[in-house]
Write a new protein. Structure first.
Length: 341
């Protein structure tokens, strides 16, 4: 078979490890041929490919980002987009596609499967919010980077008697904030699943200062205030209709200073969480996903996504992964609240 591989959405540590595993096993065990589509779904739209063979994937295991490039292109928002993809796949004799991505990328893969395209999905999102899999690669790296930042900020907070706010990724799900906040000893954790009361946040800040320590607040980029408590500005939309986030940390900084009289500063980790070398766990998980994805392709098990369940890699329908998001259970958040203030 001649198989196309693409990576879509935001980059994250472990993407190259998936590509490497797919090609190494696909070429050496099954004898398949591979091509890489550049920049997510833009590649199949434009017929933009690069050769992918064993030599091309050597040395990729520790390398962050993606050698194929990525984008947030949505072919279903482009007139004739699906037809262009089908035409280009036929022209280049592509028998199957492996799509590596999150909710949006795999959502496109799901719809293309319904149009008859042979596609297998690999789950990728540092937010860890894809349903039907216990974990996604990239998440562990993001949590460890955020935890290290929190560890370092503790000393600055104490030295300057400031409230320090750490804004981490997490549009709809607060998994990074919850894991990194608990691991880093944060005094307040704010996540999208639980709207926050700014007055209560300020009470936690003042309580922490009263104990002669400085507070660390970890907030997901998608965290929102309880209705009627604080007004946030809406941002622009991307090709999938998502608001471009960022800035909740700055809002908190201003409100905390205004309401408590205490100095506050914000650190936005942003893309730092997505770059650089993946952790050992993310390399392990990404590699296993790649190995099992090429098995699914070889067996013609189309419309499936590989998923981690316990210690096993299973296959689930793509639709199961993209219909609903995996959000933080309120019971898990309640565990963290013990340490607030």
């Amino acid at each position: 078979m001649r198989i196309g591989v693409l990576t879509g959405g935001g980059d994250c540590p472990g993407l190259n490890a998936v590509i490497r595993a797919v090609v190494r096993k696909g070429a050496t065990v099954y004898g398949h041929e591979f091509v890489g589509f550049r920049d997510g779904w833009r590649g199949p739209l434009d017929g933009d490919t690069v050769p992918l063979d064993v030599q091309a994937v050597r040395g990729l295991l520790p390398r962050g980002g993606t050698i194929l490039g990525s984008s947030r292109t949505n072919p279903f928002k482009i007139e004739g987009g699906v037809e262009r993809i089908e035409h280009n796949l036929k022209e280049q004799h592509i028998d199957a596609l492996i799509a590596i991505g999150g909710e949006d990328t795999l959502g496109v893969a799901t719809r293309l499967h319904e149009h008859g395209v042979h596609v297998v999905g690999v789950p990728k999102t540092i937010d860890n919010d894809l349903n039907a899999t216990d974990f996604t690669f990239g998440f562990d790296t993001a949590v460890n980077i955020a935890m290290e930042a929190i560890d370092r900020l503790h000393t600055t907070a104490e030295s300057h008697h400031r409230a320090l706010i750490v804004e981490v990724m997490g549009r709809h799900a607060g998994w990074i904030a919850l894991h990194a906040g608990m691991a880093g000893g944060a005094n307040v954790i704010l996540i999208p699943e639980v709207p926050f009361d700014i007055e209560k946040v300020c009470d936690y800040v003042e309580s922490r200062f009263e104990s002669h320590y400085s507070p660390i607040i970890v907030v997901s980029e998608g965290a929102t205030p309880a209705e009627g408590t604080l007004v946030l500005q809406e941002g622009d939309l991307d090709a999938f209709g998502h608001v471009r986030l960022g800035g909740i940390g700055t809002v908190l900084e201003k409100e905390i200073e205004k309401r408590t009289g205490k100095e506050a500063r914000t650190t936005v980790l942003g893309h730092i969480q997505r770059g650089g070398t993946p952790t050992a766990r993310d390399r392990w998980l990404a590699t296993r996903f790649g190995l099992h994805a090429i098995d699914a392709v070889h067996e013609g098990d189309w419309g499936k996504m590989v998923a981690l369940h316990g210690a096993d890699i299973d296959r689930v329908p793509l639709a199961d992964a993209t219909t609903t998001l995996k959000l933080v259970d309120p019971a898990l958040y309640a565990e963290a609240e013990v340490f607030f203030g």
